[in-house]
Ligand binder design. Structure first.
Ligand SMILES: Nc1ncnc2c1ncn2[C@@H]1O[C@H](COP(=O)(O)OP(=O)(O)OP(=O)(O)O)[C@@H](O)[C@H]1O
Length: 219
């Protein structure tokens, strides 16, 4: 039996008077690798914000069946968003930030946590950059580090918002390979917003499209 991780039922959402999502029904199962597509303004980011509990639905429900509910969901935002990271911080310091909520404050990291950081950096092939400044990395390298930062917190379910924006062709291929590896070898479920379906069609097992306020499975 497939194990359900997320269930979205009869979800409806409005910004002020503008209905953006209407009667959205959508399930995610462990091991899924899902692409979420739709034209600009279709409501993809809004759906992700509803999943992450950053917005409240007008009607309907979002239910998690992950071990610790929403805590076991890792979110990788669009690369252009984290302007707060434009201060000089090394790669390993940035990753350690992901551990502080669980580590209760800015204490010295335990060796167990250092090992988690090393493992996550190895997984994305960036351990040799651990002492470099994040701001000195390229777009593709930054994106890998942001994925590693999320992996440090050992999520069961990874949500990525257009992770390939501003990433060159070669780095894109490496990132697709990395995401497939995480999905297949580490059984991490992935939901990824993308505009370039043709680039990832062969990796994902499901494609959902938001169109005219509704969602439908297109693959
Ligand atoms: N904070 C907000 N207040 C009011 N309207 C908003 C807000 N955020 C988004 N919208 C509107 O809601 C609709 C859906 O936006 P959303 O960002 O979810 O689309 P998207 O599919 O992610 O688009 P894109 O591919 O361009 O990122 C758009 O018409 C947008 O203008």
């Amino acid at each position: 039996m497939k194990e359900k991780l997320l269930e979205i039922k009869n979800l409806k959402f409005k910004y002020n008077d503008d209905l953006v999502l209407d009667d959205i029904n959508f399930d995610v199962y462990r091991g899924d690798y899902i692409a979420l597509i739709g034209s600009n303004g279709a409501g993809k980011s809004t759906l992700v914000k509803l999943i992450l509990n950053q917005l409240k639905p007008l009607e309907g429900t979002v239910s998690f069946y992950t071990e610790n509910g929403i805590e076991n969901i890792g979110y990788v935002p669009q690369l252009s968003v984290p302007s707060s990271l434009e201060f000089p911080i090394t790669v390993s310091e940035l990753l350690s930030l992901a551990l502080y909520p669980k580590n209760k404050g800015f204490r010295k990291l335990k060796s167990y946590h250092k090992e988690k950081i090393t493992n996550a950096l190895n997984l994305v092939g960036m351990n040799q950059y651990r002492d470099r400044l994040y701001t000195e990395l390229s777009g593709g390298q930054r994106q890998r580090i942001l994925i590693a930062k999320t992996l440090v917190a050992t999520p069961e379910f990874l949500i990525l918002d257009e992770p390939m924006t501003g990433v060159d062709k070669e780095s894109k291929e490496a990132l697709f390979h990395l995401l497939s590896h995480i999905n297949k070898q580490h059984n991490i479920t992935i939901l990824m917003i993308t505009h370039n379906l043709e680039e990832i069609e062969n990796n994902v097992n499901k494609v959902y499209e938001i169109k005219d306020k509704k969602i439908r499975e297109v693959k």
